[in-house]
Ligand binder design. Structure first.
Ligand code: SAH
Ligand code: SF4
Ligand code: F3S
Length: 446
């Protein structure tokens, strides 16, 4: 069958879709890019904010037209929103053939084959650890210019239960894959041409702890051990990871990153808020000072490190004072990038039981203030790079100007440059920075 997958949400979902494509191809199906050509349309959905659900529902609703033209078309909703809503989604969208939750993704192939034979709506949303089978599948189309990058999901689920967050409910309990499986998968990807591997998990630095230890004891970190194993794969050039919960950075992990050949000097360290009162209401297990100490310890060990973060504005009860503390802490850390979200109550998550008290206009305003700060900070931090020599992993031609090429530093900055005859995507090159733009750098190849 010809199958089209559209993915919403985070990198875990992107990775799930890739694994699903791998399974489908192994079973003899083909992936198509165009909806109209497909026999089966799959929507891998997200529930993290209301907007994410609205978008996917709107899109699936619109597919009714295609189904009217082609009654044999099979349409399925997968992933987090499918998990959260289950049968409710089938009632709301009667042309939907099935919903498949996050714990049942490994059953996709037999499910679509049975639905083609026996047309009836199916909801399959039981949580199951068997979902780990299939997580190692990959779909790496040849000729893809980003083929030197690969992703590996090393954990599933989340046990942190931040009060605003739906993820622990839709992704289930935190489980880690075996180190040997992850390393074997990395070796296979590297043999297949991968140079950069992104390790994924909702709480990635808690890898190997079985979901129950926070904070981890000093001197022990299964995640550090995994990074060290991966560091030994000779042709692997870079490792990145996302997202680590701040309290899992003990000295063992920081030391492993600092002494690693491949782990990039850019850490995504979700802050959420700079106010202790709000952090507590969010059930984040650290204070603003605790967070500062983590940043300080990482900077001591890795002086050129850059940070990015996630922040929520307008959490219930957030005052101007709370907001100011977030703003100040963000400027103090000096993030190179931040993802700023307006609080969205999620039915089922704890904070949805209290009133969404910050007015939409205030959320918009706080969001705009933080974005403006970010813009200024990024421009200033890029200017400090002019004149320096940086190593980039070459990515390919620049999206806006095909005569230029671009690459990314380990610190996650993008540099544009004119190519030479030896230029190849997926190789490391040195570049002298000649000019700073507002979001990226310009330089010349050495
Ligand atoms: N596991 C990751 C985050 C997953 S969700 C981590 O903890 O780092 C990505 C981001 O979405 C979160 O960091 C948070 O900033 C934001 N987010 C989650 N739930 C939200 C909600 N209900 N409203 C607004 N933003 C939310
Ligand atoms: Fe959500 Fe918190 Fe888990 Fe991240 S750590 S997925 S924000 S519950
Ligand atoms: Fe969304 Fe699920 Fe990721 S809710 S953010 S797709 S884990």
């Amino acid at each position: 069958m010809k199958i089209h997958i559209k993915t919403y949400g985070c990198q875990m979902n992107e990775r799930d879709s890739e694994a699903l494509a791998g399974m489908l191809i192994e079973a003899g199906h083909t992936m198509v890019d165009v909806e109209e050509e497909a026999d089966v349309l799959l929507f891998n959905t997200c529930s993290v904010r209301e907007q994410a659900e609205r978008k996917a529902k709107g899109k699936i609703g619109y597919m009714k037209k295609l189904k009217a033209k082609n009654p044999d078309l099979v349409i399925g909703a997968l992933g987090c929103m499918a998990q959260r809503l289950g049968n409710e989604l089938l009632n709301e969208l009667p042309h939907l053939d099935f919903v498949l939750g996050t714990g049942q993704l490994h059953t996709l192939v037999p499910l679509i084959e049975s639905i083609r034979e026996e047309r009836r709506q199916v909801a399959s949303i039981a949580e199951s650890a068997d979902v780990l089978t299939g997580m190692g599948n990959h779909y790496r189309p040849s000729g893809d210019p980003s083929g030197f990058k690969a992703q590996i999901a090393i954990t599933r689920g989340c046990n942190r239960f931040c009060s605003y967050c739906i993820v622990p409910y839709v992704r289930g309990r935190e489980i880690s894959r075996e180190q040997a499986d992850v390393v074997a998968e990395a070796r296979m990807l590297v043999e297949d041409g991968a140079k950069e591997i992104m390790l994924l998990g909702q709480n990635v630095a808690a890898y190997g702890w079985g979901g129950n230890i926070n904070p981890p004891p000093a001197g022990v970190s299964p995640f550090a051990e995994l990074l060290e194993e991966l560091d030994r794969i000779p042709e692997l050039l870079r490792i990145r990871f996302t997202s680590p919960y701040p309290t899992y950075f003990n000295d063992r992990l920081i030391g492993a990153i600092a002494s690693s050949r491949t782990v990039c000097r850019n850490i995504h360290l979700p802050l959420q808020s700079g106010s202790d009162r709000i952090l507590k209401a969010m059930n984040r297990q650290y204070t603003a000072d605790g967070y500062r100490q983590v940043v300080h310890a990482i900077r001591q060990a890795i002086p050129d490190v850059t940070f990015s973060t996630d922040v929520i504005v307008g959490f219930p009860g957030e005052t101007e004072d709370d907001f100011r503390m977030t703003r100040d802490l963000m400027n103090e850390v000096g993030y190179d990038n931040s993802f700023i979200f307006k609080y969205s109550p999620r039915p089922g998550a704890k904070s949805a039981e209290i009133a969404d008290s910050v007015p939409q206009e205030v959320k918009e305003e706080r969001n705009a203030v933080l974005l403006e700060d970010l813009k200024k900070r990024v421009a200033a931090s890029l200017r400090t790079q002019v004149g320096s020599v940086q190593e980039v992993l070459v990515e390919g031609t620049s999206p806006r100007n095909p005569e230029r090429w671009s690459g990314r530093t380990g610190t996650n900055r993008v540099i544009h440059f004119l190519p030479d005859s030896g230029i190849r995507a997926g190789t490391l090159r040195r570049v002298r920075i000649t000019r700073a733009g507002s979001v990226s750098l310009f330089g010349e190849l050495l």
